[in-house]
Design a protein around this ligand. Structure first.
Ligand SMILES: O=P(O)(O)OC[C@H]1O[C@H](OP(=O)(O)OP(=O)(O)O)[C@H](O)[C@@H]1O
Ligand SMILES: O=c1cc[nH]c(=O)[nH]1
Ligand SMILES: [Mg+2]
Length: 207
């Protein structure tokens, strides 16, 4: 299994601590989740392909860099929207594709219910966004959909992961790197991450 990239930057860990706490209300949860998403995205894009471009400054001509490929952000609805809202301003020209997946509350199996994928997936750098990698079922299902639509360069960004989710994801998609702020202990009997942060969608959107 390719080990996940664990973002240990102190600011990332401080934001993570805040969103884990039950003392953090919805508005604050969202604000700190957004700051953490920015840091995770900076790490996930460290090796992003660029190309040299020539530009004219007010003083002279010089070389700069531009993206080599288009970027596609793919939030898994609904909790992934909490990451996308923060990341899109960093790459305002990115395309946003939506994948809707909800876990069945009884079985914890992923139930896909929506997908709107752009034609540029094959040539794009694709970032799949979801705060939680629990059993890994939702992320696996999303990546399977993205690959079927032609995506070849996919990175998963998740805030909290755990060993069973990482293992299941690596088993199905060993070519997809994972960037995360934490690898937690494991899952409880309802397949929630422990210690985790609870239901990310509910905490982010106040439901
Ligand atoms: O790794 P898994 O076991 O699949 O669990 C993780 C998934 O569960 C949560 O979504 P949820 O089904 O609660 O949907 P929501 O975002 O609409 O709340 C979370 O946002 C992930 O998508
Ligand atoms: O811990 C978990 C597991 C699945 N989904 C969540 O939002 N949290
Ligand atoms: Mg949820």
């Amino acid at each position: 299994m390719i080990p996940p990239v664990i973002v240990t930057h102190p600011l990332a860990q401080i934001h993570l601590t805040t969103i884990r706490s039950t003392d953090t209300p919805c508005g604050q949860f969202r604000w700190h989740l957004h700051r953490l998403a920015e840091i995770l995205f900076m790490e996930a894009t460290r090796g992003l392909g660029t190309e040299t471009v020539r530009i004219q400054t007010p003083l002279t001509e010089t070389e700069g860099v531009a993206l080599a490929r288009p970027i596609v952000l793919v939030p898994i609805l609904r909790a992934g929207l909490g990451l996308q809202e923060a990341i899109l301003p960093l790459v305002p020209e990115a395309t946003v594709a939506h994948v809707g997946i909800a876990r069945d509350e009884e079985t914890a199996l992923p139930v896909p219910y929506y997908a709107k994928l752009p034609a540029i997936l094959p040539e794009a750098d694709v970032f799949l966004l979801d705060p939680m990698l629990a059993t890994g079922g939702s992320a696996c299902s999303a990546v399977t959909q993205l690959k079927a639509a032609g995506a070849t360069r996919i990175t998963l960004i998740c805030v909290v992961s755990c060993p069973p989710g990482l293992q299941a994801f690596a088993d199905q998609h060993p070519d997809v790197p994972v960037v995360t702020a934490a690898v937690d202990e494991g899952l409880n009997e309802r397949c929630y991450i422990v210690p985790g942060l609870g239901d990310a969608g509910d905490r982010c959107f106040g439901t």
